[in-house]
Design a protein around this ligand. Structure first.
Ligand code: NAP
Length: 446
Protein backbone atom coordinates (compact mmCIF):
# COMPACT_ATOMS: atom_id res chain seq x y z
CA UNK A 1 0.00 0.00 0.00
CA UNK A 2 1.18 3.48 -0.81
CA UNK A 3 0.96 6.40 1.64
CA UNK A 4 -1.60 8.96 0.33
CA UNK A 5 1.13 11.56 -0.31
CA UNK A 6 3.15 9.04 -2.31
CA UNK A 7 0.33 7.84 -4.58
CA UNK A 8 0.41 10.96 -6.84
CA UNK A 9 4.21 10.79 -7.00
CA UNK A 10 4.02 7.20 -8.21
CA UNK A 11 1.28 8.07 -10.73
CA UNK A 12 3.47 10.85 -12.13
CA UNK A 13 6.43 8.45 -12.49
CA UNK A 14 4.25 6.02 -14.48
CA UNK A 15 2.92 8.84 -16.62
CA UNK A 16 6.36 10.32 -17.37
CA UNK A 17 8.00 6.96 -18.07
CA UNK A 18 5.39 5.13 -20.08
CA UNK A 19 5.92 1.48 -20.93
CA UNK A 20 8.89 1.15 -18.55
CA UNK A 21 7.26 -1.49 -16.37
CA UNK A 22 10.39 -2.70 -14.56
CA UNK A 23 11.19 0.89 -13.58
CA UNK A 24 7.64 1.41 -12.27
CA UNK A 25 7.97 -1.80 -10.22
CA UNK A 26 11.29 -0.72 -8.69
CA UNK A 27 9.96 2.75 -7.81
CA UNK A 28 6.75 1.38 -6.29
CA UNK A 29 8.68 -1.04 -4.07
CA UNK A 30 10.76 1.81 -2.62
CA UNK A 31 7.82 4.21 -2.23
CA UNK A 32 5.82 1.54 -0.37
CA UNK A 33 8.46 1.70 2.37
CA UNK A 34 8.67 5.48 2.66
CA UNK A 35 5.33 6.33 4.34
CA UNK A 36 6.79 6.26 7.90
CA UNK A 37 9.75 8.40 6.74
CA UNK A 38 7.47 11.20 5.54
CA UNK A 39 5.58 11.12 8.83
CA UNK A 40 8.82 11.60 10.77
CA UNK A 41 10.63 13.93 8.34
CA UNK A 42 8.32 16.38 6.52
CA UNK A 43 11.41 18.19 5.14
CA UNK A 44 11.80 15.53 2.41
CA UNK A 45 8.31 16.31 1.09
CA UNK A 46 8.84 20.06 1.38
CA UNK A 47 11.99 19.87 -0.79
CA UNK A 48 10.47 17.31 -3.19
CA UNK A 49 13.29 14.88 -2.50
CA UNK A 50 11.18 11.88 -3.48
CA UNK A 51 10.12 13.38 -6.81
CA UNK A 52 13.75 14.36 -7.47
CA UNK A 53 15.15 10.95 -6.54
CA UNK A 54 12.81 9.29 -9.09
CA UNK A 55 14.08 11.47 -11.95
CA UNK A 56 17.52 10.51 -13.36
CA UNK A 57 20.05 13.35 -13.43
CA UNK A 58 21.06 12.45 -16.99
CA UNK A 59 20.00 9.84 -19.58
CA UNK A 60 22.29 9.02 -22.48
CA UNK A 61 21.08 6.90 -25.43
CA UNK A 62 23.34 6.27 -28.40
CA UNK A 63 23.93 4.29 -31.59
CA UNK A 64 26.54 1.51 -31.51
CA UNK A 65 27.53 0.57 -35.09
CA UNK A 66 29.93 -2.34 -35.63
CA UNK A 67 30.93 -4.88 -38.25
CA UNK A 68 30.43 -8.64 -37.78
CA UNK A 69 32.81 -11.37 -38.95
CA UNK A 70 30.99 -11.67 -42.27
CA UNK A 71 31.51 -8.00 -43.05
CA UNK A 72 27.88 -7.02 -42.37
CA UNK A 73 27.06 -3.79 -40.56
CA UNK A 74 25.23 -4.27 -37.24
CA UNK A 75 23.51 -1.56 -35.21
CA UNK A 76 22.73 -1.70 -31.50
CA UNK A 77 21.44 0.83 -29.01
CA UNK A 78 23.60 1.85 -26.03
CA UNK A 79 22.44 3.42 -22.76
CA UNK A 80 23.91 5.08 -19.71
CA UNK A 81 21.60 6.44 -17.02
CA UNK A 82 23.44 8.68 -14.57
CA UNK A 83 20.77 8.44 -11.94
CA UNK A 84 21.97 10.18 -8.80
CA UNK A 85 25.36 11.68 -7.98
CA UNK A 86 24.65 13.12 -4.52
CA UNK A 87 27.01 10.71 -2.74
CA UNK A 88 29.81 10.42 -5.31
CA UNK A 89 30.57 9.57 -8.95
CA UNK A 90 27.84 7.58 -10.71
CA UNK A 91 28.63 3.91 -10.18
CA UNK A 92 26.94 0.84 -11.60
CA UNK A 93 27.41 -1.90 -14.17
CA UNK A 94 26.86 -2.34 -17.89
CA UNK A 95 24.49 -5.05 -19.15
CA UNK A 96 24.76 -6.55 -22.65
CA UNK A 97 21.59 -8.55 -23.28
CA UNK A 98 18.93 -8.42 -26.05
CA UNK A 99 16.24 -7.51 -23.47
CA UNK A 100 17.97 -4.23 -22.54
CA UNK A 101 15.91 -1.06 -23.10
CA UNK A 102 15.41 2.22 -21.25
CA UNK A 103 13.05 0.69 -18.64
CA UNK A 104 15.51 -2.05 -17.62
CA UNK A 105 18.44 0.35 -17.38
CA UNK A 106 16.37 2.82 -15.37
CA UNK A 107 15.15 0.19 -12.91
CA UNK A 108 18.71 -1.01 -12.41
CA UNK A 109 20.01 2.56 -12.02
CA UNK A 110 17.29 3.43 -9.51
CA UNK A 111 18.03 0.33 -7.39
CA UNK A 112 21.73 1.09 -7.60
CA UNK A 113 21.28 4.51 -5.96
CA UNK A 114 19.90 2.94 -2.76
CA UNK A 115 22.27 -0.04 -2.83
CA UNK A 116 25.32 2.17 -3.13
CA UNK A 117 24.08 4.35 -0.28
CA UNK A 118 23.66 1.27 1.92
CA UNK A 119 27.34 0.34 1.55
CA UNK A 120 28.26 3.56 3.40
CA UNK A 121 30.84 4.32 0.65
CA UNK A 122 31.08 7.56 -1.38
CA UNK A 123 29.41 6.42 -4.61
CA UNK A 124 26.39 7.69 -6.54
CA UNK A 125 24.20 5.43 -8.69
CA UNK A 126 24.04 4.75 -12.42
CA UNK A 127 23.64 1.89 -14.85
CA UNK A 128 24.10 1.23 -18.56
CA UNK A 129 24.31 -1.33 -21.30
CA UNK A 130 23.16 -2.25 -24.76
CA UNK A 131 20.62 -4.50 -26.49
CA UNK A 132 23.56 -6.49 -27.86
CA UNK A 133 23.42 -10.30 -27.64
CA UNK A 134 26.90 -11.68 -26.99
CA UNK A 135 25.71 -15.31 -27.39
CA UNK A 136 27.33 -16.99 -30.38
CA UNK A 137 29.54 -13.98 -31.16
CA UNK A 138 33.24 -14.53 -31.78
CA UNK A 139 35.98 -13.06 -29.60
CA UNK A 140 36.73 -10.47 -32.33
CA UNK A 141 33.06 -9.48 -32.65
CA UNK A 142 32.84 -8.95 -28.88
CA UNK A 143 35.98 -6.80 -29.02
CA UNK A 144 34.71 -4.69 -31.93
CA UNK A 145 31.38 -4.18 -30.20
CA UNK A 146 33.06 -3.09 -26.93
CA UNK A 147 35.32 -0.69 -28.83
CA UNK A 148 32.40 0.91 -30.67
CA UNK A 149 30.38 1.15 -27.43
CA UNK A 150 33.26 2.91 -25.67
CA UNK A 151 33.90 5.24 -28.61
CA UNK A 152 30.67 7.03 -27.65
CA UNK A 153 30.63 6.30 -23.90
CA UNK A 154 34.12 7.58 -23.05
CA UNK A 155 33.16 11.25 -23.24
CA UNK A 156 30.67 10.74 -20.39
CA UNK A 157 33.02 8.80 -18.08
CA UNK A 158 35.84 9.68 -15.70
CA UNK A 159 37.14 8.48 -12.33
CA UNK A 160 35.43 11.46 -10.66
CA UNK A 161 32.37 11.46 -12.94
CA UNK A 162 31.01 8.05 -13.87
CA UNK A 163 32.60 4.65 -13.28
CA UNK A 164 30.94 1.60 -14.92
CA UNK A 165 31.56 -2.08 -14.11
CA UNK A 166 30.14 -5.43 -15.35
CA UNK A 167 26.67 -6.97 -15.18
CA UNK A 168 24.89 -9.61 -17.30
CA UNK A 169 26.97 -10.28 -20.42
CA UNK A 170 29.82 -8.04 -19.26
CA UNK A 171 32.65 -9.74 -17.36
CA UNK A 172 36.43 -9.39 -17.12
CA UNK A 173 36.96 -9.92 -20.86
CA UNK A 174 34.58 -7.13 -21.88
CA UNK A 175 35.88 -4.75 -19.19
CA UNK A 176 39.39 -5.33 -20.61
CA UNK A 177 38.32 -4.35 -24.14
CA UNK A 178 36.34 -1.34 -22.86
CA UNK A 179 39.27 -0.13 -20.76
CA UNK A 180 41.69 -0.63 -23.66
CA UNK A 181 39.56 1.56 -25.92
CA UNK A 182 39.12 4.22 -23.21
CA UNK A 183 42.89 4.38 -22.76
CA UNK A 184 43.45 4.66 -26.50
CA UNK A 185 40.89 7.43 -26.96
CA UNK A 186 41.96 9.54 -23.99
CA UNK A 187 45.68 8.74 -23.89
CA UNK A 188 45.30 8.40 -20.12
CA UNK A 189 45.93 5.35 -17.92
CA UNK A 190 42.96 6.26 -15.75
CA UNK A 191 42.56 2.94 -13.90
CA UNK A 192 39.70 4.19 -11.73
CA UNK A 193 37.37 4.78 -14.69
CA UNK A 194 36.15 1.16 -14.85
CA UNK A 195 36.02 -1.52 -12.17
CA UNK A 196 36.07 -5.29 -12.49
CA UNK A 197 39.41 -5.07 -14.32
CA UNK A 198 41.82 -7.95 -14.47
CA UNK A 199 44.12 -8.03 -11.43
CA UNK A 200 47.12 -7.63 -13.76
CA UNK A 201 46.11 -4.03 -14.58
CA UNK A 202 44.48 -2.55 -11.53
CA UNK A 203 41.62 -4.92 -10.72
CA UNK A 204 40.83 -5.57 -7.05
CA UNK A 205 41.34 -9.02 -5.59
CA UNK A 206 38.00 -10.80 -5.14
CA UNK A 207 36.00 -8.28 -7.22
CA UNK A 208 34.96 -11.22 -9.41
CA UNK A 209 33.79 -13.18 -6.40
CA UNK A 210 32.42 -10.24 -4.39
CA UNK A 211 28.73 -10.17 -5.38
CA UNK A 212 28.23 -13.91 -4.87
CA UNK A 213 30.29 -14.05 -1.68
CA UNK A 214 28.54 -10.97 -0.30
CA UNK A 215 25.10 -12.47 -0.96
CA UNK A 216 26.03 -15.55 1.05
CA UNK A 217 27.49 -13.41 3.86
CA UNK A 218 24.13 -11.65 4.00
CA UNK A 219 22.35 -15.01 4.36
CA UNK A 220 24.81 -15.94 7.11
CA UNK A 221 23.92 -12.76 9.00
CA UNK A 222 20.15 -13.20 8.55
CA UNK A 223 20.40 -16.80 9.79
CA UNK A 224 22.62 -15.81 12.69
CA UNK A 225 19.94 -13.37 13.96
CA UNK A 226 17.65 -16.43 14.13
CA UNK A 227 20.26 -18.54 15.91
CA UNK A 228 20.96 -20.62 12.79
CA UNK A 229 23.82 -21.06 10.31
CA UNK A 230 24.45 -22.32 6.79
CA UNK A 231 26.26 -25.44 7.97
CA UNK A 232 24.35 -28.54 6.92
CA UNK A 233 21.77 -26.60 4.91
CA UNK A 234 20.89 -27.24 1.25
CA UNK A 235 20.57 -24.43 -1.28
CA UNK A 236 19.27 -23.83 -4.81
CA UNK A 237 20.79 -21.09 -6.95
CA UNK A 238 19.46 -19.72 -10.23
CA UNK A 239 21.91 -18.79 -12.99
CA UNK A 240 25.44 -20.04 -13.54
CA UNK A 241 27.12 -16.73 -14.30
CA UNK A 242 29.38 -14.52 -12.25
CA UNK A 243 27.12 -14.03 -9.23
CA UNK A 244 25.80 -17.62 -9.14
CA UNK A 245 29.20 -19.32 -9.39
CA UNK A 246 30.75 -17.50 -6.45
CA UNK A 247 27.60 -17.70 -4.35
CA UNK A 248 27.75 -21.48 -4.80
CA UNK A 249 31.44 -21.55 -3.94
CA UNK A 250 30.87 -19.65 -0.67
CA UNK A 251 27.88 -21.78 0.37
CA UNK A 252 30.11 -24.84 0.05
CA UNK A 253 32.96 -23.16 1.98
CA UNK A 254 30.54 -22.41 4.82
CA UNK A 255 29.34 -26.01 5.10
CA UNK A 256 26.16 -25.89 3.00
CA UNK A 257 25.41 -27.88 -0.16
CA UNK A 258 24.09 -26.36 -3.39
CA UNK A 259 21.98 -29.02 -5.11
CA UNK A 260 20.80 -27.06 -8.16
CA UNK A 261 21.68 -24.18 -10.48
CA UNK A 262 20.53 -23.12 -13.97
CA UNK A 263 21.08 -21.15 -17.15
CA UNK A 264 18.61 -19.69 -19.62
CA UNK A 265 18.02 -23.18 -21.11
CA UNK A 266 17.04 -25.10 -17.97
CA UNK A 267 17.97 -26.38 -14.52
CA UNK A 268 20.73 -28.69 -13.33
CA UNK A 269 20.22 -30.94 -10.30
CA UNK A 270 23.04 -32.83 -8.60
CA UNK A 271 22.08 -34.73 -5.47
CA UNK A 272 25.78 -34.98 -4.51
CA UNK A 273 26.14 -31.21 -4.61
CA UNK A 274 26.98 -29.06 -7.65
CA UNK A 275 30.61 -29.35 -8.73
CA UNK A 276 31.36 -25.61 -8.85
CA UNK A 277 34.78 -26.04 -10.47
CA UNK A 278 33.13 -27.90 -13.35
CA UNK A 279 30.49 -25.15 -13.76
CA UNK A 280 33.31 -22.57 -13.78
CA UNK A 281 35.17 -24.50 -16.45
CA UNK A 282 32.03 -24.78 -18.62
CA UNK A 283 30.79 -21.21 -18.25
CA UNK A 284 33.95 -19.12 -17.71
CA UNK A 285 36.55 -20.99 -19.76
CA UNK A 286 34.77 -23.01 -22.45
CA UNK A 287 31.80 -20.58 -22.55
CA UNK A 288 29.46 -23.45 -23.34
CA UNK A 289 26.04 -24.60 -22.08
CA UNK A 290 25.37 -25.84 -18.56
CA UNK A 291 23.72 -29.00 -19.98
CA UNK A 292 27.25 -30.25 -20.85
CA UNK A 293 27.76 -30.86 -17.09
CA UNK A 294 25.91 -34.18 -17.33
CA UNK A 295 28.44 -35.46 -19.90
CA UNK A 296 31.20 -35.12 -17.32
CA UNK A 297 29.53 -35.93 -14.01
CA UNK A 298 27.21 -38.90 -13.72
CA UNK A 299 25.20 -37.53 -10.78
CA UNK A 300 24.11 -34.44 -12.79
CA UNK A 301 20.57 -34.24 -14.20
CA UNK A 302 19.63 -31.42 -16.60
CA UNK A 303 16.05 -30.59 -17.58
CA UNK A 304 15.03 -27.93 -20.04
CA UNK A 305 11.51 -27.45 -18.73
CA UNK A 306 12.56 -27.20 -15.09
CA UNK A 307 13.21 -24.32 -12.68
CA UNK A 308 15.47 -24.63 -9.65
CA UNK A 309 12.63 -23.39 -7.43
CA UNK A 310 10.84 -26.75 -7.78
CA UNK A 311 13.70 -28.49 -5.98
CA UNK A 312 13.37 -28.62 -2.16
CA UNK A 313 16.07 -26.68 -0.28
CA UNK A 314 16.56 -24.68 2.92
CA UNK A 315 17.96 -21.62 1.16
CA UNK A 316 17.15 -20.05 -2.23
CA UNK A 317 19.52 -17.64 -4.00
CA UNK A 318 18.11 -16.07 -7.18
CA UNK A 319 21.25 -14.98 -9.09
CA UNK A 320 20.10 -14.78 -12.75
CA UNK A 321 17.73 -11.98 -13.70
CA UNK A 322 14.68 -9.85 -12.78
CA UNK A 323 11.25 -11.30 -11.95
CA UNK A 324 12.34 -14.95 -11.92
CA UNK A 325 10.44 -15.79 -8.68
CA UNK A 326 6.74 -14.98 -8.88
CA UNK A 327 4.14 -15.63 -6.16
CA UNK A 328 3.73 -19.20 -7.46
CA UNK A 329 7.42 -20.12 -7.18
CA UNK A 330 7.71 -18.40 -3.79
CA UNK A 331 4.77 -20.42 -2.44
CA UNK A 332 6.35 -23.61 -3.73
CA UNK A 333 9.66 -22.78 -2.03
CA UNK A 334 7.82 -22.07 1.23
CA UNK A 335 5.90 -25.37 0.99
CA UNK A 336 9.21 -27.16 0.45
CA UNK A 337 10.63 -25.77 3.71
CA UNK A 338 12.77 -22.84 2.50
CA UNK A 339 13.83 -20.64 5.47
CA UNK A 340 15.99 -17.96 3.83
CA UNK A 341 16.14 -16.17 0.47
CA UNK A 342 18.75 -13.62 -0.61
CA UNK A 343 18.66 -11.85 -3.96
CA UNK A 344 22.03 -12.07 -5.71
CA UNK A 345 20.31 -10.73 -8.84
CA UNK A 346 18.54 -7.38 -9.08
CA UNK A 347 14.78 -7.53 -8.41
CA UNK A 348 14.48 -11.29 -9.13
CA UNK A 349 11.39 -11.57 -6.92
CA UNK A 350 8.06 -10.05 -7.94
CA UNK A 351 6.06 -8.10 -5.31
CA UNK A 352 3.73 -11.15 -4.91
CA UNK A 353 6.78 -13.35 -4.34
CA UNK A 354 8.17 -11.00 -1.68
CA UNK A 355 4.78 -10.95 0.10
CA UNK A 356 4.61 -14.77 0.04
CA UNK A 357 8.06 -15.06 1.64
CA UNK A 358 7.48 -12.37 4.24
CA UNK A 359 4.06 -13.62 5.31
CA UNK A 360 5.50 -17.13 5.77
CA UNK A 361 8.26 -15.75 8.02
CA UNK A 362 11.08 -16.59 5.57
CA UNK A 363 14.19 -14.41 6.12
CA UNK A 364 14.19 -12.34 2.91
CA UNK A 365 17.21 -10.24 1.86
CA UNK A 366 16.41 -7.85 -1.03
CA UNK A 367 18.99 -7.33 -3.79
CA UNK A 368 19.73 -3.73 -2.79
CA UNK A 369 21.24 -5.08 0.39
CA UNK A 370 22.16 -8.70 -0.34
CA UNK A 371 24.07 -8.11 -3.59
CA UNK A 372 25.77 -4.85 -2.52
CA UNK A 373 29.11 -6.65 -2.06
CA UNK A 374 29.98 -6.32 -5.76
CA UNK A 375 29.66 -2.57 -5.96
CA UNK A 376 31.27 -2.17 -2.54
CA UNK A 377 34.34 -4.05 -3.76
CA UNK A 378 34.28 -1.91 -6.91
CA UNK A 379 34.51 1.14 -4.64
CA UNK A 380 37.47 -0.53 -2.92
CA UNK A 381 39.02 -1.04 -6.38
CA UNK A 382 38.62 2.71 -6.99
CA UNK A 383 40.36 3.41 -3.67
CA UNK A 384 43.29 1.17 -4.63
CA UNK A 385 43.53 2.72 -8.11
CA UNK A 386 43.54 6.25 -6.64
CA UNK A 387 46.45 5.39 -4.35
CA UNK A 388 48.21 3.09 -6.88
CA UNK A 389 47.94 0.35 -4.30
CA UNK A 390 46.95 -3.31 -4.39
CA UNK A 391 45.55 -5.09 -1.35
CA UNK A 392 45.94 -8.77 -0.50
CA UNK A 393 43.14 -11.25 -1.06
CA UNK A 394 42.73 -11.84 2.69
CA UNK A 395 42.46 -8.12 3.47
CA UNK A 396 40.04 -7.55 0.56
CA UNK A 397 37.76 -10.37 1.70
CA UNK A 398 37.87 -9.11 5.28
CA UNK A 399 36.79 -5.63 4.08
CA UNK A 400 33.95 -7.20 2.08
CA UNK A 401 32.84 -9.22 5.11
CA UNK A 402 32.78 -6.10 7.31
CA UNK A 403 30.86 -4.09 4.71
CA UNK A 404 28.22 -6.83 4.33
CA UNK A 405 27.77 -7.04 8.11
CA UNK A 406 27.32 -3.27 8.21
CA UNK A 407 24.76 -3.41 5.38
CA UNK A 408 22.87 -6.16 7.20
CA UNK A 409 22.92 -4.31 10.52
CA UNK A 410 21.89 -1.01 8.92
CA UNK A 411 18.85 -2.68 7.32
CA UNK A 412 17.98 -4.61 10.47
CA UNK A 413 18.23 -1.60 12.80
CA UNK A 414 16.38 0.75 10.44
CA UNK A 415 13.51 -1.73 10.07
CA UNK A 416 13.18 -1.85 13.87
CA UNK A 417 13.40 1.93 14.22
CA UNK A 418 10.60 2.46 11.67
CA UNK A 419 8.25 -0.11 13.19
CA UNK A 420 8.76 -3.07 10.81
CA UNK A 421 11.14 -5.42 12.67
CA UNK A 422 12.67 -8.20 10.54
CA UNK A 423 11.55 -6.53 7.27
CA UNK A 424 14.82 -6.14 5.36
CA UNK A 425 12.98 -4.68 2.34
CA UNK A 426 11.72 -1.71 4.37
CA UNK A 427 15.03 -1.45 6.24
CA UNK A 428 17.08 -1.32 3.02
CA UNK A 429 14.77 1.15 1.27
CA UNK A 430 14.55 3.52 4.22
CA UNK A 431 18.24 3.41 5.20
CA UNK A 432 19.33 3.93 1.57
CA UNK A 433 16.83 6.74 1.09
CA UNK A 434 17.86 8.60 4.25
CA UNK A 435 21.53 8.70 3.26
CA UNK A 436 20.87 9.92 -0.29
CA UNK A 437 18.02 12.24 0.78
CA UNK A 438 20.16 13.96 3.41
CA UNK A 439 22.99 14.51 0.91
CA UNK A 440 20.48 15.96 -1.59
CA UNK A 441 19.10 18.34 1.03
CA UNK A 442 22.63 19.49 1.90
CA UNK A 443 23.62 20.05 -1.74
CA UNK A 444 20.66 22.34 -2.43
CA UNK A 445 18.40 22.39 -5.48
CA UNK A 446 20.78 21.06 -8.13
P1 NAP B 1 26.15 -13.24 -16.00
O1 NAP B 1 27.52 -13.60 -15.57
O2 NAP B 1 25.94 -12.80 -17.39
O3 NAP B 1 25.22 -14.49 -15.67
C1 NAP B 1 23.83 -14.41 -15.81
C2 NAP B 1 23.24 -15.80 -15.59
O4 NAP B 1 21.83 -15.69 -15.56
C3 NAP B 1 23.58 -16.78 -16.70
O5 NAP B 1 23.63 -18.07 -16.17
C4 NAP B 1 22.39 -16.62 -17.65
O6 NAP B 1 22.15 -17.80 -18.43
C5 NAP B 1 21.26 -16.38 -16.68
N1 NAP B 1 20.24 -15.51 -17.29
C6 NAP B 1 20.42 -14.25 -17.76
N2 NAP B 1 19.29 -13.75 -18.28
C7 NAP B 1 18.39 -14.73 -18.14
C8 NAP B 1 17.02 -14.82 -18.48
N3 NAP B 1 16.36 -13.82 -19.07
N4 NAP B 1 16.40 -15.99 -18.15
C9 NAP B 1 17.06 -17.00 -17.55
N5 NAP B 1 18.36 -16.96 -17.20
C10 NAP B 1 19.00 -15.84 -17.49
O7 NAP B 1 25.54 -12.07 -15.08
P2 NAP B 1 25.83 -11.76 -13.54
O8 NAP B 1 26.86 -10.69 -13.48
O9 NAP B 1 26.03 -13.01 -12.79
O10 NAP B 1 24.45 -11.07 -13.11
C11 NAP B 1 23.35 -11.83 -12.63
C12 NAP B 1 22.40 -10.94 -11.85
O11 NAP B 1 23.11 -10.36 -10.74
C13 NAP B 1 21.82 -9.75 -12.62
O12 NAP B 1 20.52 -9.48 -12.12
C14 NAP B 1 22.74 -8.61 -12.23
O13 NAP B 1 22.10 -7.34 -12.39
C15 NAP B 1 22.97 -8.94 -10.78
N6 NAP B 1 24.17 -8.33 -10.18
C16 NAP B 1 25.40 -8.55 -10.71
C17 NAP B 1 26.52 -7.99 -10.10
C18 NAP B 1 27.91 -8.27 -10.58
O14 NAP B 1 28.86 -7.86 -9.89
N7 NAP B 1 28.12 -8.95 -11.67
C19 NAP B 1 26.35 -7.16 -8.98
C20 NAP B 1 25.07 -6.97 -8.45
C21 NAP B 1 23.99 -7.57 -9.05
P3 NAP B 1 22.90 -17.97 -19.85
O15 NAP B 1 24.30 -18.33 -19.53
O16 NAP B 1 22.13 -19.06 -20.52
O17 NAP B 1 22.75 -16.65 -20.54
Amino acid sequence: MLHERLEPIYDAVVDRNQGETEFHQAVREVLESLGPVLAKHPEYAEHKIIERICEPERQIVFRVPWEDDNGYVQINRGFRIEFNGALGPYKGGLRFHPSVYQGIVKFLGFEQVFKNALTGLPIGGGKGGADFDPKGRSEREIMRFCQSFMTEMYRHLGEHTDVPAGDIGVGGREIGYLFGQYKRLTNRYESGVLTGKNEAFGGAQIRTEATGYGTVFFVQDMLSVRGESLAGKTAVVSGSGNVAIYAMQKVHELGGTVVACSDSEGALYDEKGIDVELVKELKEVERTRLSEYTERRASGRFRQDRQVWEIPADVALPCATQNEITGKEAEQLVRNGCVAVAEGANMPTTPEGVRAFQSAGVAFGPGKAANAGGVATSALEMQQNASRDSWSREFSEQRLREIMSNVHDRCYRTAEEYGTPGDYVAGANIAGFLRVGDAMLALGLV
